[in-house]
Design a protein around this ligand. Structure first.
Ligand code: ADE
Length: 229
């Protein structure tokens, strides 16, 4: 899949794209990331991409022209594609959203900066608006990286077979079960005996139960409403 990112700070993505699963996804040909600095579509020779709001008020807004030009130029080359605007006012990102986006052949992410956008960027181009959480960041670059990470690991062949199979079975919709590695006892804390038993059916049942318990505990239910603690 190809992810095009419209950003004023392509350098922010350097380390992120060079390491770990996102790197593996690119090396395997499952993911390509195309960083587009939309300052190059600015109308003046100073590369102006923002301006003061009409009616007054603090801060600067992204101007519409460079973004319209960037989107139109890209889509003239590649064809229309699904577009995502990263904004704290968007719908909260979920794993279901990541799965839907991961299935697209091509995706465009627009990273905002400064205090916001000229509203015509919303009115004149259709976007899915996504937020990564109820807090305000200084731009959409970190949210774009969050989305790229979430979709990179969902591309076929990126994670090992075992991990993908696990994900697709009973872990679907549940938080992870607790896991342990060596040593068997660390500072008085022992690895649960069932995990050392070699009985795979019992291990799977235990993991299923622990994942369900953890999901329920973290779902926000008050402790007294929780059962089987
Ligand atoms: N831009 C600034 N804050 C953001 C957030 N929480 N999610 C998405 N984009 C943003």
């Amino acid at each position: 899949m190809i992810v095009h990112v419209l950003t004023l700070f392509p350098g922010l993505f350097d380390g992120f794209l060079r390491e770990s699963i996102v790197r593996i996804a690119q090396d395997k040909g499952a993911l390509a990331v195309d960083l587009i600095d939309f300052r190059r579509y600015a109308k003046d020779r100073h590369g102006t991409v923002d301006d003061r709001p009409f009616g007054g008020g603090p801060g600067m807004l992204l101007k519409p022209e460079p973004i319209f030009e960037a989107v139109e130029t890209l889509e003239a080359q590649r064809g229309p594609m699904h577009r995502v605007l990263l904004t704290p006012a968007g719908d909260l990102l979920t794993q279901a959203t990541a799965e839907r986006l991961a299935g697209l052949p091509e995706l465009l992410l627009l990273c905002g900066r400064y205090e916001g956008f000229d509203e015509r960027i919303r009115l004149g181009i259709s976007w899915e608006e996504i937020s990564i959480g109820e807090y305000v960041l200084s731009g959409g670059e970190v949210p774009a990286m969050v989305i790229i990470d979430a979709i990179a690991r969902l591309q076929p062949g990126v994670l090992g077979d075992e991990e993908s199979a696990l994900r697709e079975s009973f872990r679907e919709g549940l938080l992870d079960f607790p896991q342990f590695t060596r040593p068997r006892v660390f500072r008085g804390m022992s690895v649960p005996g069932v995990l050392l038993s070699g009985n795979h059916a019992e291990i799977e049942a235990w993991r299923r139960q622990e994942a369900a318990r953890r999901t329920q505990e973290r779902s926000g239910a008050a402790p007294e409403e929780q059962q089987d603690r």
